[in-house]
Design a protein. Sequence first.
Length: 74
Amino acid sequence: MIVTIQVENQRDFQWLLPFLEALKQNTSLKVEVKANGTERDWDEKLEDFFRFIEQRAVRVPKVERLTRDQLNER
């Protein structure tokens, strides 16, 4: 028997882990855990963003803050 469980985050996986280990020890069960993709996708997107920044970064000599009056003019 193969049981597939989709886990949404690491906290849920940690909660479920003792139960899965007990199942593995007492049966011939094969356990397959799939991440829902939210955390993994977020990490991949974040890494892609950092790579994008490294490849296309542009130095700005000076950042000037606008005053309240200048902001209101816009």
